[in-house]
Design a protein around this ligand. Sequence first.
Ligand code: ZN
Length: 495
Amino acid sequence: MGDGEAPRVKNVLRFVLTTVFGLTLATSVPAAPPEPQGAPPVTGPPAVLTPSTATTMKRITDAALASPRAWELLAELCDDIGHRLSGSPGLDEAIAWALARLKAAGHENVRAEPVQVPKWVRGEESLWLESPRRRLSLLGLGGSIGTPPDGVTARVVVVADEAALEARAAEVKGAIVLFNNKMPPHHPEKGPGYGDAVRFRARGPALAANYGAVGVLVRSVTARSLYTPHTGATSTREGPPPIPAAAIPLEDAELLSRLDRRGKKPVVTLRMGASDHGLVPSANVVAELRGGDRPEEIVVISGHLDSWDVGQGAHDDGSGVVMAMASLDLLRALGLTPRRTIRVVLWTNEENGLRGAFGYAEAHAAELASHVAAIEADTGCFEPVGYRVEHRDPATSVEAVALMETLLAPLAPVGATHAELGFSGADLIPLREAGVLLLGHHMDLATYFDFHHTAADTLDKVDPAHLAQNVATMAATAWALAETEALPLRTELAP
Ligand SMILES: [Zn+2]
């Protein structure tokens, strides 16, 4: 995000800092504090799930569980196209593929909505421990600058967190700082420890540069590793002049940490060929199943089409993309016409800029008031749990949880009946201020961060049964949202 976007950036800074481009959720983000200009209290009709809606949801669920459609789409996206970082040929191919598939399915208003996205190219990269000399593994962080062609050779100073960095400040000038912060394992109640640990990937390079570091290594943001580095976006837009930054696997972080603790003063040579190519054209992909009664009212179902430049982006977020596509296909194939319009949006540039999300909010500013709900699936593909619910008005958020628990009851056969307050999805951030009900498609996240943003995020990690369960959940929930009288949750829109 350039300087010209400063006011908008300021407006959403706290969300972007929480989500750090591509974080997508994990730990619950508490409901936002009351806004001074908050939405009026809700006085709409009570939340009722009609027998006819419940019956149709059952029909949708049964059909989804029997359909191989989403799996077939995901195989095409992963195996025929592969990874698709913003500005890459892979993303352009994926956009063309999605348009062709959505048109072939007979959907309405299928279109590419252009936005500009950043193009960052990784280039060649390597990391060597000088003594004892051995090659280490790495993945440069998205947005990082490159090194000079010969690389940067420097002593490694290992710190666990901000306080440890300050304690060793005198050693940092001219050194490469390793942030060896351990992400806690998945907790049954608290969920993954990603939300807290990811800050070193996002802000570690700027922190270390403040003390005169010449490079940064970050322990990969995961609790488990089979020698896999995890990439992700880092922030280079604030603070001191940027320094090169890369993630290393847990095993190499521990090795460097042991050497440092034993007084061995490890020295490494970091080479990164990363380069920034400015902004290039891209697009969100949109398709609709038009509503019968109230076509102007919109329920969005979505995932993001871009991915990191390693692996296949199968879980992140190919699965979310095909859940939305297959849901629309299924509803149309069943011959269903919802009261409201159900709109698929496949976002571009979630991982390193959110320009698709902000571009959509700008292009659709005039109709955001008639967006009654928006779902994003961007936490991989596992057993569905239900939805995380967000609304800019805290009281409405609480009512929305109750509404969703009512609407999700027919999803008991797939286990997706739970609603709770929490972060919905990074691409939904720009819709929040418009008062749209935001829903994060929520799954069991016990293993998601084992392969998030790695070369191991490939189709073999996705269970076709889980994918079908998630399509059932998304399609049936979209149906309920498009049919239910109690929506939208805003007095100014109540009929
Ligand atoms: Zn994602």
